[in-house]
Design a protein around this ligand. Structure first.
Ligand code: BG6
Length: 489
């Protein structure tokens, strides 16, 4: 198999292309794909925004940005990338303004046109209708949509209806950047290319599953956005649910976009919904107060968002079940939070206890665990009981068989956006969400938010730099993985 798939030339239009996402993620990703030879300089990148600047000025900004973001950059490739960029100063709400964009696209003469909407979703409608009025859309045009798609089920439907007015489902690429992470894709390989794990991947052998995405950062400069969304809608609705789907889904008969998405959808639909009887016991929401992270004092959430009495959660933990044959009765525990002690994401598969302890002294036998660490270090860790060498009676210890994924593969992992943008260019939707998946995830989220409101669920405060608030949501005998096995300490 070719290491990288060569692509035909394309025109990529980035709406909001001078914003945060483009500068932090999209352009650095394009730089690496160009340097790697996957993109050719004949492709065109058109940045659309309403700031009054020329292409020349924008290229200078971009060049400076890339030089700062990529410490070991090669100036030649930055110059080449900047040379591919044209800036169109367009007030997005005025359809007549789109003429320069139309002309730039016509000059580029590429059949493969990608529109990347890196703007708030309330602009999607006017951008799409203006493109339509100016005859810029064709049946080959692809559109890339960034999350969040809506704020709840109702607003998702509104945004989706607008988009579907102008694009067919096979033209739409709804991004969840977690699906572009190498370690997340490796989950599918781990499950479906290894007989060993798949044999045990069910309720007969698995006791519980934990998914943790912990961040030590706060809300940064996204105060308004974050305070409206909170951790449940910012992280659980998309990233954590996608991880859960990849852990729980059935093997598709063949790896293609619709098969994978059909299987993920079945998982989302099988998720147990919350109601007034379980919401209090199975969910916790929290908010950080002042604290210390890596010896630095950090502000409380209230201070970070300029101090008013916000009830937005910056932490969520919950228990749910996938109600089907494979997973009957197995709890899935999800948690995510900002300003936690450490930045790490991991999936822990806790296997069942051995059915019978044969050892005469009845020493406690720990459960096996498969820990799939997604970031910041990528590894797979199989925790197993082992005899401590030496004479005398049997003594045992849980130790780790650690596969350091990064080191064994011996390559630097590309950023998620490198993979995702290239997939859009070549028209592969496998790692993008289909509308029915997003709808199903909002439906499930609704069962949480509506019951939080009904039961007036309280917000637990937690000190920044800790593991979050007390989370007693687990079944008896279960507890969160403490990461102690990673170094065998
Ligand atoms: C984004 C959320 O989607 O994902 C952010 O909006 C969060 O709040 C980020 O910080 C986490 O992504 P990553 O790749 O750093 O784990």
């Amino acid at each position: 198999m070719e290491k990288k798939i060569n692509l035909s030339d394309f025109s990529l239009v980035i709406f909001g292309g001078d914003g945060d996402l483009a500068m932090k993620k999209l352009f650095p990703s394009l730089y690496f794909r160009l340097k790697d030879g996957q993109i050719k300089t004949k492709s065109t990148i058109i940045v659309v925004s309403n700031n009054d600047k020329s292409s020349e000025q924008f290229r200078e900004e971009l060049s400076l940005n890339l030089k700062t973001k990529i410490p070991d950059h090669k100036p030649k490739w930055i110059d080449k990338l900047c040379g591919m960029v044209t800036y169109c100063n367009i007030e997005l709400t005025i359809p007549e303004n789109y003429i320069p964009l139309k002309e730039t696209l016509a000059n580029a003469k590429h059949e493969n046109v990608i529109l990347y909407y890196s703007t708030p979703s309330f602009l999607f409608s006017i951008i799409s209708s203006s493109l339509h009025r100016n005859n810029i859309l064709t049946e080959n045009t692809k559109v890339v949509l960034e999350k969040p798609l809506g704020f709840d089920l109702e607003s998702f439907e509104e945004v989706n209806t607008v988009i579907r007015q102008y694009f067919q489902e096979d033209q739409i690429y709804r991004i969840d950047h977690y699906l572009g992470k190498e370690t997340v894709q490796n989950l599918m390989v781990l499950r479906f290319a290894n007989h060993l794990f798949e044999m045990a991947w069910n309720a007969k052998n698995i006791d519980s599953v934990e998914i943790t995405v912990a961040e030590s950062i706060g809300v940064g400069n996204r105060k308004k956005y974050y305070d409206r969304y909170g951790a449940l809608k910012d992280m659980v609705q998309n990233h954590l649910l996608q991880l859960l789907c990849l852990v729980a889904m059935e093997p598709p008969s063949i790896l293609n976009a619709d098969n994978v998405r059909d299987e993920k959808l079945k998982v989302l639909k099988a998720l147990k919904k919350f109601d007034e009887t379980n919401i209090q016991d199975w969910t916790v929401k929290g908010q950080y107060t002042r604290g210390k992270i890596e010896d630095e004092f950090v502000n409380s959430y209230q201070e970070d968002i300029d101090g008013y009495n916000s009830k937005t959660e910056t932490f969520v933990a919950l228990r749910t079940y996938v109600q089907n044959w494979r997973w009957a009765g197995v709890p899935f525990y999800l948690r995510t939070g900002k300003r936690m002690e450490k930045h790490y994401s991991e999936i822990v598969i806790n296997f069942k206890h051995v059915p019978h302890n044969i050892f005469p002294d009845k020493v406690k036998i720990d459960r096996n665990k498969l820990i799939i660490r997604l970031q910041p270090d990528e590894h797979i860790d199989l925790v197993q009981m082992t005899k401590i060498p030496g004479p005398g009676g049997y003594r045992y210890k849980s130790i780790s068989l650690l596969l350091d994924y990064g080191a064994s593969i011996g390559e630097q992992f590309p950023d998620a956006y490198e993979r995702l943008i290239m997939d859009v260019v070549r028209g592969n939707q496998t790692l993008f969400m289909r509308e029915d998946e997003v709808r199903a995830s909002w439906e499930w989220i609704h069962s949480i938010t509506s019951n939080w409101t009904k039961t007036k669920q309280s917000l637990k405060l937690y000190e920044a730099g800790t593991q979050g608030p007390d989370t007693r949501i687990m079944e008896e005998g279960h507890e969160w993985n403490l990461q102690k096995h990673v170094n065998n300490d």
